[in-house]
Write a protein that binds this ligand. Structure first.
Ligand code: MLT
Length: 206
């Protein structure tokens, strides 16, 4: 059963079926919505509370979490605005649904907004899994990540995310104090079975 109380983001919420698991915030890629990562969430974190917002920006009718000027070229002013809005939504949802700080699991554009939240409002997340992420902000303020666990999974043949960019994101988060586990898988931009298995194992250890 999922519920949708009206909050600042359109979203779905699935209450926890198991005690003791961190809630998971699932952030879709371009063209996704609050429904498409539900099966992924149930696979990687069975029994956890799942919170699934829909991105507020539309690009040719496709939901996203922030505006971009071209593929891989971001409107950084909008990234900041939307990351702050998403952080506020997380606080709102925690209060309404009685949740601990969630671990974000984001894919592509969803991974990039999660990385921006880590750079701007790290206190709202208990950790993050960034699937095919890039550096979202070129000049983010330095915030202390203080041991926040972050898993970054990149694709060796990803045509959208250059290897150098993903490595730079890992080193930015590492320098801010996150505990970063960055792995590159033999795949492209899409998710593989290995992404799912590695993410599940990593989440099981939280
Ligand atoms: C982005 O715009 O966030 C990245 O280019 C990934 C994508 O959504 O295609």
């Amino acid at each position: 059963m999922t519920t949708t109380i009206e909050l600042s983001h359109l979203h779905r919420f699935m209450p926890a079926a198991t005690v003791g698991r961190a809630p998971i915030l699932l952030l879709h890629g371009t063209g996704g919505d609050e429904n498409d990562l539900l099966p992924l969430g149930q696979t990687i974190a069975p029994g956890a509370a799942l919170l699934l917002p829909r991105g507020k920006v539309l690009e040719g009718g496709m939901p996203r979490f922030f505006r971009r000027l071209a593929e891989g070229v971001f409107d950084e002013q909008d990234v900041r605005r939307r990351a702050n809005e998403l952080a506020d939504f997380i606080l709102e949802a925690r209060e309404v649904y009685g949740l601990d700080a969630p671990i974000a699991v984001g894919f592509s554009n969803g991974a990039n907004i999660a990385a921006a939240v880590l750079q701007l409002r790290p206190e709202v997340l208990a950790g993050a899994v960034l699937l095919r992420a890039m550096v979202p902000l070129s000049d983010a303020p330095r915030r202390e990540l203080d041991g926040t666990p972050v898993l970054i999974l990149s694709g060796a043949a990803d045509p959208i995310v250059p290897a150098e960019n993903a490595a730079r994101l890992a080193s930015i988060l590492d320098a801010a104090g996150a505990v970063v586990d960055h792995r590159t898988l033999p795949t492209g931009h899409g998710l593989s079975q290995a992404d799912i298995a590695i993410t599940k194992t990593w989440l099981d250890q939280r």
